[in-house]
Design a binder for this molecule. Structure first.
Ligand SMILES: *[C@@H]1O[C@H](CO)[C@@H](O)[C@H](O)[C@H]1NC(C)=O
Ligand SMILES: *[C@@H]1O[C@H](CO)[C@@H](O)[C@H](O)[C@H]1NC(C)=O
Ligand SMILES: *[C@@H]1O[C@H](CO)[C@@H](O)[C@H](O)[C@H]1NC(C)=O
Length: 241
């Protein structure tokens, strides 16, 4: 209780109308433990959202149309919900202002995606085609985000961080369940081998198909994060070298 009160006073003094109860400490860039703890605090609020900052919650993430326009297979997902990002643990974060570089790693126990799908093309070796409901359930998603950051000057003359762009490296560790109804218009003798192939080769199949879905989700997280970063001046997060 005392700790909470002190923290509230501390936040009130040092964060003025910003920070929104974020437990942010000043870190040296090299202090990965400290930077990671700050990043976890930012991540949690990024997912939880904050109406005062016009940050929408990011679990679930709803998206009306995700296009997977890949070389040998095309898919469109509509009415899609992505859930599970609030359970991810931020394992580490590293940054360098001089190199405009931020990297962080998330380990997500379970990411689920469901909605309506339409697919046409070749799933690695097998032709696949269909349209219906789908549900994907990925267990232990290891997601690393490499981002380019910049500092921008706020109206208050202070400098703030922003993520300019990013790329994603991701692997599923424990497997994925594919549930696609109505493959090949419900022709089971055609659908079953494809589902079996996907089950047996889940790692490759996920690698092939995950990009557009991950991209939508991480884009959303970064959009939230950038809104949040506008409220925390760099000098409250980092001790300049
Ligand atoms: C998909 O990719 C093909 C060729 O790569 C392109 O011609 C087509 O316009 C793309 N479709 C969409 C919806 O982006
Ligand atoms: C869209 O998704 C919601 C919830 O996930 C579901 O209730 C609704 O029926 C879906 N709409 C269509 C057209 O399938
Ligand atoms: C997650 O991926 C990173 C980078 O590819 C790797 O260093 C790390 O060991 C992986 N974590 C797990 C739990 O597999």
């Amino acid at each position: 209780m005392l700790k909470l009160t002190l923290f509230t006073i501390f936040s009130a003094i040092f964060c003025a109308e910003t920070c929104y109860g974020l437990d942010i400490k000043k870190c040296k860039e090299e202090d990965i433990k400290c930077v990671t703890a700050n990043s976890q605090a930012l991540y949690d609020l990024t997912i939880k959202g904050d109406p005062n900052l016009e940050i929408e919650p990011a679990d679930p993430i709803y998206h009306n149309s995700i296009d997977g326009n890949l070389s040998i297979i095309k898919y469109t997902l509509t009415n899609t919900s992505i859930t599970g990002y609030k359970k991810c643990k931020l394992n580490y974060a590293q940054l360098s202002l001089a190199k405009s570089f931020l990297e962080f790693n998330l380990l997500c126990p379970e990411i689920q995606v469901h909605g309506l799908y339409e697919i046409d093309g070749r799933l690695i070796v097998l032709p696949v085609q269909g349209k219906g409901d789908f549900k994907l359930d990925a267990r232990r998603y290891n997601i690393t985000i490499h981002a380019e950051i910049k500092t921008v000057n706020g109206n208050d003359g202070k400098s703030y961080l922003a993520v300019k762009n990013f790329n994603i490296n991701a692997d599923i560790i424990d497997g994925i369940d594919f549930d696609l109804t109505n493959l090949f218009n419900g022709q089971k003798e055609l659908a079953e081998p494809v589902l079996q192939f996907a089950r047996e080769n889940w790692k490759e199949v996920a690698k092939e198909l995950q990009g557009p879905i991950l991209n939508i989700a991480i884009k959303r997280l970064i959009k939230n994060l950038n809104k949040l970063l506008k409220t925390v001046p760099v000098d409250q997060m980092l001790i300049s070298n």
